[in-house]
Design a protein around this ligand. Structure first.
Ligand SMILES: *Cc1c(COP(=O)(O)O)cnc(C)c1O
Length: 353
C-alpha cells in the first residue's frame, strides 16, 4: 500500500520546535503534532492509500458506530531519538499484532503489519521535530481504528478509519504511586473485552479510578470480576510483584491487557537469570507476604509510564506496603537504555525509521 502524500511545506515544519516547551515540561499527550496519518477502509473496496492530513480535518461523524457503540481500538507506542540523531520505534510489530487481534474481537477490518509499520514511519518522519532530543523524552504515537459508518442501526460496520496522531512527551521518570484495590466495580470479566485495547475498557474503569482518587490514591487496582480476590491490573499498567526471590505477574487469562512492556519485562528478567512466574495472584497472598516481610516490590509497567513502583495498596482489610527492592529500577533503566539506543538490542525491539 503506497501512501499518496501531501507533505507539509518547510515553512510549517520549521515552526514546530519553537512552539514546543522545553523537553522536561512536555508532560504526556499534551503537545499533539499537527499532522495525522489517515487510511480509510470499506468492506467492498478494502483499504485505500494512506494520506497525511491536518489534525483538524481528522473528524469523526456523530452517527459513527465508534461513538454510538464503542467500536474502536487504539494502540500506544513510542519513537525515540538515538545519540546519532536517527529515530527508532519500539516494538511496532508487536503493537500491529495486538491491533489485529483486537480487530477480530470487535469485527473491525485487519490491517497488515507492513501497512501499520509504514504508516507509523510516515507519522514520525512527517513531524520528526516532535521527537525530543536523545534521552529527553519520546514521541508517543496513538494509532486508532474505528467504525465510521453514518448509520443509526446496530450492524456490522461497513466503513472504517485507521488514524495515527502523535504527541511529544517528556521522559516518564520514575514516579511512585499508591493504588486502591477496587472491590465494587469491575474492569473486565471472563469472556469480555479485558484483553482488547478498546475504548470500552476505559469506560468501565473511569468511576473506579475517580473513587480511588477521592480516597487519596493515585489509581485503582482492578481485581477479578467474580470474586474480587485475584489481582488483574492497574489502569493502563500491568502489575508485577516481587515476593522473596520470585517475580510474579498475573497470567494472561483474557481479563487483562497483554501489555508489550509486560512481555518485554518478562523476557529481560528471564535473561537476567531472574525467574518470572505467570500465575493467579491474590490480594490475600500479597497481604500475607507483606506480614511475613517477604513482599519486596510491586510495580506497574506500560508504554506511557514505563515503570511505576507501587508504594502502597490500600483495601478494606488495611494497607499493603512493599518493603523495597531494586527490580523496578533496574528494569526501568534497562528498558530506557534499549529504547534510546544507549544499550545493545539483543531482542530486535528497535525498528529504525
Ligand atoms: C495499553 C495498556 C496497558 C499497557 O500495555 P503496553 O503495551 O505495555 O503499553 C495495560 N493495561 C491496559 C488496560 C492498557 O490499555
Amino acid at each position: 500500500m503506497k501512501p499518496s502524500l501531501c507533505y507539509p511545506d518547510m515553512g510549517e515544519l520549521q515552526r514546530w520546535p519553537s512552539e514546543l516547551p522545553a523537553p522536561e515540561a512536555l508532560g504526556f499527550g499534551q503537545y499533539l503534532g499537527p499532522w495525522v496519518v489517515r487510511c480509510e477502509h470499506t468492506r467492498l473496496g478494502g483499504w485505500r492509500r494512506p494520506q497525511l492530513i491536518r489534525r483538524a480535518e481528522a473528524d469523526v461523524t456523530a452517527a459513527s458506530a465508534a461513538v454510538q457503540y464503542g467500536l474502536s481500538l487504539f494502540e500506544g507506542l513510542k519513537a525515540h531519538r538515538m545519540k546519532d540523531g536517527s529515530l527508532a520505534l519500539f516494538r511496532p510489530k508487536a503493537h500491529a499484532r495486538r491491533l489485529r487481534r483486537g480487530s477480530n474481537r470487535l469485527l473491525l477490518p485487519e490491517l497488515s503489519e507492513e501497512s501499520f509499520l509504514e504508516m507509523c514511519r510516515l507519522a514520525v518522519t512527517a513531524q520528526a521535530d516532535y521527537v525530543p532530543a536523545h534521552g529527553c523524552g519520546s514521541m508517543y504515537l496513538r494509532p486508532i481504528l474505528y467504525a465510521a459508518d453514518d448509520f443509526h442501526g446496530l450492524r456490522e460496520s461497513q466503513r472504517h478509519v485507521f488514524e495515527i496522531s502523535v504527541s511529544a512527551c517528556q521522559s516518564p521518570g520514575f514516579r511512585h504511586k499508591r493504588l486502591w484495590a477496587e472491590t465494587q466495580y469491575s474492569r473486565a470479566c471472563p469472556g469480555g473485552l479485558g484483553a482488547t485495547k478498546t475504548a470500552a475498557n476505559y469506560a468501565s474503569s473511569a468511576l473506579g479510578m475517580r473513587q480511588a482518587q477521592q480516597r487519596g490514591y493515585d489509581d485503582a487496582l482492578w481485581l477479578d470480576a467474580v470474586e474480587h480476590r485475584w489481582i488483574g491490573e492497574a489502569g493502563a499498567m500491568n502489575l508485577f510483584a516481587v515476593i522473596g526471590n520470585e517475580v510474579i505477574t498475573p497470567s494472561l487469562d483474557g481479563t487483562i491487557l497483554p501489555g508489550i512492556t509486560r512481555d518485554s519485562a518478562i523476557r529481560w528478567m528471564l535473561d537476567q537469570g531472574q525467574p518470572v512466574i505467570e500465575r493467579a495472584l491474590s490480594l490475600q497472598e500479597l497481604a500475607q507476604a507483606c506480614c511475613r516481610g517477604e513482599l519486596r516490590e510491586v510495580f506497574g509497567v506500560g508504554t506511557a509510564a514505563r515503570v511505576v513502583p507501587i508504594d502502597e495498596i490500600g483495601w478494606q482489610g488495611g494497607s499493603i506496603f512493599p518493603s523495597g527492592g531494586d527490580m523496578a529500577e533496574r528494569w526501568s533503566a534497562a528498558l530506557s537504555g534499549i529504547q534510546e539506543g544507549r544499550d545493545p538490542d539483543p531482542y530486535g525491539w528497535r525498528a529504525s525509521i
